[in-house]
Write a new protein. Structure first.
Length: 109
């Protein structure tokens, strides 16, 4: 993940190893970064990977998007595409696959 100023000038590389990131959503000190390799990476305010909820078995191999729904592992992702934080810190993740779905990750304090 790269950091640029509003004029397009490069500032720094802030995170590596994100695979194929598709978007970013900010909530307080955290940023969620969905990744087409079947995960969502959560970075803290120091751009350190804080959490990486689990991937669907076989994710990152290109075939996970075609897994039939009866083979999905609940709580695991296939090809995350977007995310959104609500006011309570819960994270909604759009998972791109053969049928599509939205998964809510509830913040645990």
């Amino acid at each position: 993940m790269l950091h640029y100023d509003l004029d397009g000038n490069f500032i720094a590389e802030v995170a590596t190893g994100l695979g194929m990131p598709t978007s970013a959503a900010i909530h307080g000190d955290f940023v969620s970064v969905p990744d087409l390799h079947g995960r969502v990476v959560i970075l803290d305010k120091n751009n350190t990977i804080n959490r990486c909820p689990r991937q669907q078995p076989g994710s990152g191999q290109g075939s996970e998007l075609q897994h039939p729904q009866d083979q999905w592992v609940e709580g695991a992702f296939s090809g995350t595409h977007g995310s959104y934080w609500d006011k309570d810190g819960n994270l909604y993740v759009q998972d791109w696959n053969v049928a599509g779905r939205i998964i809510k990750l509830v913040r645990v304090k």
